[in-house]
Design a protein around this ligand. Sequence first.
Ligand code: TMP
Ligand code: MG
Length: 297
Amino acid sequence: VLAVWHQLTKTEMPELSKGSVMMRDRRRVEETIRAMRRAGAGRLQVISDFDMTLSRFAHNGRRVPTTHNILDNRLLIDEECTIKMKELLNTYYPIEIDASRSAKEKLPHMVEWWTKVHELLIEQRIRKDMLARAVKESRTMLRDGYKAFFDGLYESRVPLLIFSAGVGDVLEEVIRQNHVFHANVHVISNYMDFDHTGVLRAFKGQLIHTFNKREGAVTQAAALSQLQGRPNVLLLGDSLGDLTMADGVSDPRHVLTVGFLNDQVEERKESYVNAFDVVLVRDETMDVPNAILRNVI
Ligand code: TMP
Ligand code: MG
């Protein structure tokens, strides 16, 4: 009987049998998907990280830039700033993804990294009117299947909250240039504050880094009226810190978490499988999230 049942569910969602998929408890995943389908699209919201979750990690063996790294363009910053930002990335990114340290241990390092980078960017007097060109000239890329993902949610009137520790202005430009910045998309991120001549002078609001998304969730996300009355959540991320992005949802019912494991795969596999319901190992596509959504809405 079990074998038959498995076959049935397999044919229902063949994407879950892809080689890149790892699950601690497939049965629970399938039950959650069924419960979400019964509740319907009207009860669902999607909360997603941006860098290395909606955007690709790599393409043809080369890393794809994050929103911060898109700013590495001579239109915006000088060579010295590029070098300093690279040094900071080489220092702090290994800490961000270090499997042997807890989020609590990483937190002060992340604050340091983001603070230093934002100070450097402010010194560069970045011009608002150059951002779109920098995005155009960059190698930024969303994951394969992104259009079906964004368009499907829009057509089904399911809100998509993009919750990013990247740079909000750059993120918006990336999704605008990919023609998927629909009306159901809400963004919580680090936004630039420009003076009246269009020169960067600060970053707005509370700093968001990889390990303080909980704070943004309970203050900013919880206040978004479009997300009210939607207790079922599909959450997508690439960092363990992303798991707190749904902490602002009041009375959550069915929450399914999907984690992209892009880097340091062997070292982090176990912790990701323990933390996310579905883990996608070196999978540069939206195939699995899209299959889940097709099943739910
Ligand atoms: P996310 O929350 O949208 O994933 O954005 C955070 C990512 O940005 C995080 O994984 C580290 C990355 N990052 C850079 O690539 N360069 C930087 O200078 C900083 C501060 C962060
Ligand atoms: Mg990310």
